[in-house]
Design a binder for this molecule. Structure first.
Ligand code: ADP
Ligand code: MG
Length: 317
């Protein structure tokens, strides 16, 4: 397969058209029409073999995840995704692998109305770089530096499931099809609904403690998190070692849920939102003026959470 056959094969499986794509893949660059009166929101994330996944990864899952982690960043800003570019580095041009990768990438792109408008293809150690571009109403982007004391801290979905399946895979047990580690679902609809409602937001890619820590640091505030209300993924709830499962939920990465802060007066609006989206939105703590992160639990005695920089620990009541 030549480089051009490979590119043609990719583009066959991945949507490339939108009314605002003036000129898509195939020329020296793409021409895009920005939505009138809106701000553009841009993000890039790269997945590298041996760092983010093993080289024998299912190519469909890799295609899905490469786009999903990028859409998750747009979701965390509250943006509506529109366009993507793809920088693909491959050790060899295997048609079946390229078809699988493009099918995974293409299905998620179609689901979110994203057009692939260009990219670059090179030979080398397997790596996938994706750039996504979306838009938002001026001034509405969900930033990390807008959390205010008194805000509720909320998290979507459940935590720790991707970390659980990573542990299983490392122990030689292959996760089931559709598992949260290989097939994260970017919370795009939630992010868009939170723009204008939440004060601050971030996607949970490095574990809740680390990512909430970014909000606290950027906003110059602290927080208390109530561990007994943390939404644990289904496989974690079935385990007897609750302390180990809490550790996983707080520190394992790759969840791609949204962590966001909401003023007390707006909390009532989350009920309707979680029903409309069919996605649990759990209040897990409060933003406070006092710096640092306090992890509170009625059963704290059994817990020793290791988390660099944010290991303050306490007990409620
Ligand atoms: P150039 O040499 O001008 O950079 P390329 O040969 O790299 O052009 O790419 C040819 C066309 O194919 C460009 O429009 C580019 O955007 C597109 N393209 C190349 N690789 C990819 C890819 N992995 N995904 C999407 N489009 C791609
Ligand atoms: Mg090029």
């Amino acid at each position: 397969m030549t480089e051009f056959e490979l590119i043609r094969r990719l583009l066959e499986h991945i949507p490339g058209a939108r009314t605002d794509v003036v000129l898509g893949a195939g020329d020296d660059a793409a021409c895009l029409r920005p939505p009138p009166g809106r701000e553009l929101v841009v993000s890039t994330d790269t997945l590298v073999a041996g760092v983010h996944f093993t080289p024998d990864v299912d190519p469909r899952a890799l295609g899905h995840k490469a786009l999903a982690v990028n859409l998750s960043d747009l979701a965390a800003m509250g943006a509506e995704p529109a366009w993507a570019t793809l920088a693909l580095t491959l050790p060899e041009a295997d048609p079946a692998w390229v078809d699988g990768f493009a099918a995974g990438f293409g299905a998620l792109a179609a689901e979110h109305g994203v057009a692939l408008v260009g990219g670059d293809t090179t030979r080398g150690p397997l790596a996938v770089g994706v750039t996504v571009i979306g838009s938002i109403e001026p001034g509405r982007a969900l930033r990390r530096d807008r959390a205010v004391p008194g805000d509720w801290i909320c998290v979507s979905g459940a935590l720790g499931e991707a970390g659980w399946w990573l542990t299983e895979r490392r122990a030689g047990r292959e996760p089931p099809p559709g598992n949260a580690l290989d097939w994260p679902q970017p919370r795009v609809a939630l992010g868009r609904a939170l723009a204008g409602l939440a004060h601050a937001a971030i996607d949970v890619s490095d574990g809740l403690i680390a990512d909430l820590g970014h909000i606290l640091e950027a906003s110059g505030v602290g927080a208390s998190v109530y561990l007994d209300g943390l939404p644990l993924g289904a496989p974690l709830r079935a385990q007897p070692d609750r302390a180990a499962m809490l550790q996983l939920a707080l520190t394992a990465g790759d969840d791609y849920e949204l962590c966001f802060t909401v003023a007390e007066v707006d909390m009532a609006r989350l009920d309707a939102l979680q029903r409309r989206l069919g996605l649990p939105l759990s209040p897990i703590g409060r933003i406070e003026a006092k710096p640092g992160l306090r992890l509170l639990s009625e059963h704290a005695g059994a817990l020793r959470i290791e988390a660099g920089g944010y290991d303050h620990f306490g007990r409620s009541g």
